[in-house]
Design a protein around this ligand. Structure first.
Ligand SMILES: [Zn+2]
Ligand SMILES: [Zn+2]
Length: 215
């Protein structure tokens, strides 16, 4: 059988045909820290200038908007684990210049949500990128100890409280640098909490890796 585009099903050698690849619009001028879209003349957004996040840089493929937001939604809520391959293919090129000994760490789900969903979407994406790039994958060191409410359903203030102490590690980590991967970054609070936990465990530098950034 001819390989087909995972989205529109036209014949395509890669997961995404050129037409569907073009739907993934890169961010014009992302903040160098958190990837938020900012005016051309700036390198950091106001928030990162005021209070730099614990992660150093954010690799972000695109803006969280239709139709790519639908692919993420399908991956998380419609049992479409196959969408992880689409996101992984779109995200992998961003990491082409990151040394191959820098490991990927997926943002974990709490075991209750993992049981409910059946898989961790961030782990599926990270696993595919790690396999393709022959990059180490550390999927069992970072743990989610609180079954936090969905960040999207909360106010800014509630989000901060929601993720505080949400993460733990099960051993010390001497890695000079790691890539912390999630599907979407919204306020960045989850990434920040997970990064802080990794830095406290001995990691030298955390870079965030996400498929999409919301506004
Ligand atoms: Zn297509
Ligand atoms: Zn920023």
């Amino acid at each position: 059988m001819m390989p087909r585009c995972a989205i529109c099903e036209v014949v395509s050698a890669s997961q995404l045909c050129h037409g569907c690849q073009a739907l993934i619009v890169p961010i014009d001028n992302p903040c160098q820290s958190c990837a938020k879209p900012i005016p051309d003349e700036q390198t950091l957004c106001g928030q990162c200038r005021q209070q730099p996040p614990p992660f150093s840089h954010t690799f972000c493929t695109t803006i969280y908007q239709s139709p790519v937001s639908l692919w993420v939604h399908e991956l998380k809520f419609a049992n479409r684990m196959d969408r992880a391959a689409v996101l992984a293919e779109a995200m992998a090129p961003m990491l082409a210049h990151v040394p191959l000994n820098v490991p990927l760490i997926p943002v974990p789900l709490h075991r209750q949500r993992l049981r409910h969903r059946g898989y961790n979407q961030a782990h599926e994406i990270a696993r595919l990128i790690a396999k393709q790039q022959v990059r180490p994958l550390l999927s069992d060191v970072l743990l989610r100890r609180k079954n936090t409410a969905m960040q999207a359903e909360l106010s800014e203030q509630e989000r901060t409280a929601n993720v505080r102490n949400a993460f733990a590690v099960n051993r010390s980590l001497a890695e000079p640098r790691v890539l912390l991967l999630d599907d979407v970054m919204t306020t960045g609070q989850t990434m920040q909490a997970a990064s802080r936990c990794l830095l406290q465990a001995g990691v030298g530098r955390v870079d965030a890796v996400v498929f999409a950034r919301s506004g």
